[in-house]
Design a protein. Structure first.
Length: 197
């Protein structure tokens, strides 16, 4: 007899606010909103994400709310707001202590490098998330890096995962209390066949 796999959902897809609070800390959808231009603020001095950018790479945001500015500096207005700790972003360009980044929705802007972390995260099938969907697609989290390996859980599109490593087209990820393997092609936050140790 086979047991049904748990189904890991977006917190915003859950109707019950008590359930949403319990799961919301573990699983999340992309949190991006367009905002009006804001005044310049102080830039933190700590430079946690440094080095010369020789090629594009992925990073994750280190705060619950990160402003993407229209240019590389605090004097530039905010164009987008990323509202999710750990959200993956692709680093496209650097200028001094500022990095131009892009999120899974193609929102681009500049962020101070102190707000970026080298911790690798990914979104599960974010391109499958559409407004008004009755049923959200999901991906299978498996016990091993094989298509026929035992399923551990079904993970809804848009859920945030921590990448533990990637090799051979599969990534080992952590989603809440679950650890398992998922096909790399179903993740946004890693390049095709990129090896992550």
């Amino acid at each position: 007899m086979t047991m049904a796999s748990p189904f890991l959902r977006h917190p915003w897809r859950l109707a019950n606010p008590m359930v949403r609070c319990a799961i919301g800390a573990l699983l999340a959808a992309v949190g991006v909103s367009h905002v009006q231009a804001q005044g310049a603020g102080d830039v933190p001095a700590s430079l946690a994400y440094g080095g010369n950018l020789k090629q594009r790479t992925y990073a994750s945001v280190k705060a619950d709310s990160v402003s993407l500015r229209q240019g590389p500096g605090p004097e530039h207005p905010t164009a987008w707001l990323l509202q999710r700790l750990g959200l993956p972003v692709e680093v496209l360009e650097e200028q001094g202590a500022w990095r131009k980044v892009r999120d899974a929705n193609n929102a681009t802007g500049w962020v101070h490098m102190s707000l970026l972390s080298r911790r690798r995260t990914a979104l599960i099938l974010p391109w499958e998330v559409k407004d008004g969907q009755a049923q959200i697609p999901s991906a299978t989290l498996r016990e091993d890096d094989r298509e026929n390996a035992r399923p551990i859980a079904q993970v809804e599109a848009g859920v945030l995962a921590n990448i533990l490593g990637c090799e051979g087209g599969w990534c080992r990820v952590a989603v809440g209390n679950f650890r398992g393997y998922i096909e790399q092609a179903k993740l946004w936050g890693t390049y095709p066949n990129e090896e992550i140790k």
